[in-house]
Design a protein around this ligand. Sequence first.
Ligand code: NAP
Ligand code: GDD
Length: 347
Amino acid sequence: MSNNKVALITGITGQDGYYLSKLLLEKDYVVHGTVRRSSNINTDRIDPLISEYSSDGRLILHYSDLLDSSSLSSLVNLIQPDEIYNLAAQSHVNVSFKNPIFTTQVGTLGALSIMEAIRYSDKKIKFYQASSSEMFGGEEKTMLSEESPLIPKSPYAASKIFAHHMAQIYRDSYDLFMTNGILFNHESPKRGETFVTRKITKALGRIVHGIQSKLTLGNLEASRDWGFAGDYVEGMYLMMQYDVPEDWVLATGETHTVKEFLDIAFKTVNLNWEEYVKTSEKYFRPNEVDYLLGDSSKAREVLNWKPSVDFKGLVKIMVEHDINEAKKDFTLLKDNLISPTWEYPKL
Ligand code: NAP
Ligand code: GDD
C-alpha cells in the first residue's frame, strides 16, 4: 500500500491546474484530475505532466463535470482523496455576463456538490475552494484583506461568494476542513489567451514577428494586483497543510493598470504600445471592478508565504514566452501550414 498523499483537482486542465498538479506531483502526491469532454482534446497544458507521470499511476484523469453531481460523488468515493482542490469554474468575468446561468451553476451548485460528497464521506477530506478577489468589487482604493466586505459586480463574483460562504458554513456546522483561498489575479505563460495579460503578450509576440498588426482591448484604466501563478499554487498547498481551515488572501501588495502592463511589455521590445492598441466597447464590461489591491499579511506571517516574482518579472516571463511561441507560428506561416489571422484572439 502506497504512503503517497492523494489529491483530487477539479479544473486540472486550467492554468492553476497545471501549476498545482506539477507542484503536488513533485511532492510525491498521487494526483487525480477531472477533465470535461470536449470536441478537441483539452489537456494541452498538462500534456507534459501526463507523459511524465501517468505511466506509473501518479497522474490519473477522469471525465467529469461540476454540473454532474453524481459523477463527483462517485469519484470522491472511488478515490478517497486526502485533499480536494476545487479549481473548476467558468472563470472569465466578462463571459459570466453573457453566460450567467452556466457560470452560476458551476460556481455555486458545482462547488456545493463536492462539499456534499465530502460531508457524506467516511474519510476526513480537506477541501480547498478557489475564491477570488473579484468578490470584493474594487469600489474603493483600499487594501483588501480577509475581513473586507464582499460587493459582487458580476455573476462570476456572486457565484464565488456563494461557494465561499458555503465553505465557511460547512466548516462551522460539520467541523469539516474547508479552506478558502481568496486569490488576487495571477498570470503566467499558461494563462488563458482571452485574459488581458496573456492577450497582450500573445499579441505582442505576434506583432514582433510581423503576423499581427493591431490589438483591440477594453478598459485600460482598470488596476489589478497581478502575481505569478506558480507562487499562488504554493500558497494553496500551504493553506491545506495548516492545522485549521481558514480564509486566506494571496496578493503581491502592488497594483498596476492595464496601461502600465502594456507600457512595460511593449518597452521590453522597444515598441510604443500606443501605435498598436485600440479600444472597443466589445471588451468593456457592463459593470467594472476598477481597482484591486490585496493585503496578504496573514498568509505571509502565518504560512510564511511570499511571492517570488514581481510585476516587471512577470511581464518579462510572459513576453519572452510569447515571442518564442510566435516564432513557431511565423515559421508555420512561412511554410504555408497556417493562414494568417491578423488579430488574435477573435473572442
Ligand atoms: P482557468 O484557466 O479558466 O481554468 C478553469 C478550469 O475549470 C479548466 O480546467 C476548465 O476546464 C474547468 N471547468 C470549467 N467549467 C467546468 C465544469 N462545468 N466542470 C468541470 N470543470 C470545469 O482558471 P484558472 O486561472 O486556472 O483559475 C483556477 C480557479 O481559480 C478558478 O476557479 C478561478 O475562478 C479561480 N481564480 C483564478 C484567479 C486567477 O487570477 N487566475 C484568481 C482568483 C480565483 P476546460 O479546460 O475544459 O475549460
Ligand atoms: N479579458 C480582458 N480582455 N480584459 C480586459 C481587456 C480585454 O480585452 N481590456 C481591458 N481589460 C480589463 C478588464 O476590464 C479588467 O478590468 C482587467 O482588464 C482584467 O481583466 P481579466 O484579465 O479578464 O481578469 P479579471 O480581473 O476580470 O478576472 C481574473 O482575475 C480574477 C481575480 O481577481 C480572472 O482570472 C478571474 O477568474 C479571477 O477570479
